[in-house]
Design a protein around this ligand. Sequence first.
Ligand code: IVH
Length: 680
Amino acid sequence: MNNPEDRKKELKEILSLHDNAYYRHGKPSISDREYDRLKDEFDSLNALDDPLGLFAGSEAGVIPKPQPVSPLVGDDRLDEFSSHQHLSPMLSLDNTYDEVEFFDFDKKLDKILKSESRSYVVEPKIDGVAVSLTYENGSLTMATTRGNGIEGDVITQNILHIKELPQQISDIGFPKLLEIRGEIFMEHDEFQRINQQRVEMGMDLYANPRNLTAGTVKLLDPRESRKRKLKIVLYGLGGYEPEGYFSSLSVFHNMIKDWGFPVVEFFSKVSSASEAWSKISELNELRDSYTYPTDGAVIKLDSLPLQELAGATAKAPRWAIAYKFESERQETILEDIQLQVGRTGAVTPVAYLKAVQLAGTTVSRASLHNADEIERKDIRIGDVVVVEKAGEIIPQVIEVVLTSRSQKSEAFIFPSNCPCCDTLLEKTDGESAWRCPNLLCSDQVKARLEYYAARGCMNIDSLGEAVIDQLVSRSFVKDLADLYFLTKEQLLSLEGFAEKSAENLLSAIEESKKQDLWRFICGLGIKHVGASASKDLAREFRSIDSIMKATDDELTSIDGVGSIMAKSIYSFFIDDGNRTMIEKLAKHGLNLSLNSTGDNTPLPFRGKTFVLTGTLVQFTRDEAGSQIERLGGKVTSSVSKKTTYLIAGPGAGSKLAKAQKLEIEILSEADFANMLMHDS
Ligand code: IVH
């Protein structure tokens, strides 16, 4: 593509796809470095149209107007959240990856600031999620995400549980109004704890702590975010009153530290660019000792008046730059590609690598995602490949070092048959995975059993991978129902079992018959049906029998069940094998309906969906929500055609307007309280 206009259009499209993946879905699709390269190309093509940089941002010394943020700054705002305008825009930082560029940054400032002598502050660049905290008269009134730089989503409820975060400062010297900027992050142990839970539940893993943090601050239910331990560190200054209150970043840093805010460690003030450069190298060395994930260092002018003089472009200040540490990449040999068959039959290729040290851990396996990815990157067994830790944890094969490829190498041919049972693989339109359609395929059976027994489903503790492997290989178990036929003699014939352990496993399996209905539904492993959909299905249909008989319309009338999920539920229950299995399970006395537990609470709110907005006085949101759920109703965060009632308190805004437009019944808090009195 030679035409710059076409290339610009293409780059804009590519960048906005990556922006969407990164900011809205918390799932970066390329590495930061690749992104920066594309972005630089885009910026230089734009510079051809605007050689004097007149439209690129403000003139030096002028604070940019909040308007010109290009869509390429990214935007994390979601419809479900209300947004709030920042007092001063939340900009991004220009990145540099080498020493020459770093010193160029200093030289550019030389030109702008002329002979002014200047100090810099240097600190780690935290790889978390940017946040802006607003304090009014010493009270924390709001926390917002960066959003589009001008306005961000209000996430206060999702971060209030961070115990290091002061919510009230009583010092009378505290400014009247203050926006403090910082980063929310998650420590490694917590990240691993949550991913471990997800492994047990057979759910997709988060690629790195940053993505998990981004997902956590945007959870719609603050009770869920409270279950994940977030941390915060603060380093930046937004808008404030009175004017002139702070004179420099180092003063600001010390003041907020004294007020009890968690500030960045390894903060240093230096008096020249070369001193800053040696600090950066020190930070790189110390990197592994931080409690937070970092991906570089940030160098900023210390003096606030000089910052103002330097100004900013629409995207980033001219008074600061991020030096990105070399990402954690290594070359190694791809020794083998193996295929794993999951519980839904999806066949996933896994790269087996010659072990290599990457960011402090030994890596010998990496994800290859799917057949298309192997073909696109032309990855071959025996190749030297570049492996990168995406963020922190799951290593990815980035590219092949073609110059090292052996002449004898052959393209990898993705098999047409299942590596486990030899059945012809199938691919559904729009899906990237090949699937094995044979429900009796033993790798699938094993994966389904593991999922069923996992903590997030039936929670059968002693039924782990090693036991399941043996049960399936010995043909003692071919489907979930067979678990309940197991005998002590069979277990005693397996490796590692003695009298006591066999009895323990049998009684754990027996106990599982009493598990909640939703756990059973979840454990069936129906494609797309996770824990929350299982809870919805259990609450609305109250028995497996009714779910089996439900029509497509009945299924999709439930909030949270869309047509794809409905189709998947339908095809699961239409399958003869699955029907027979459910019959067998019922005969074994599993808890397949809510009534069988003796739970006969009347459910007057059944099938009704509530949205809460504005300020409630009599109830907290949580209380109102649990009352609704207790009576069989459901609470969602956004108003749609499926909403039955909007409970609107004072201060209700866009949700109220939307409900009025959709002619949804609007209740005051008092109406709701009345309803509760009559219905409970
Ligand atoms: S200063 C005008 N200091 O990195 C922006 N940012 O890639 C001034 N970040 O938007 C930001 N650690 O969210 C600053 N020590 C640090 C930082 C830091 C992480 C984030 C921040 C910024 C992003 C740019």
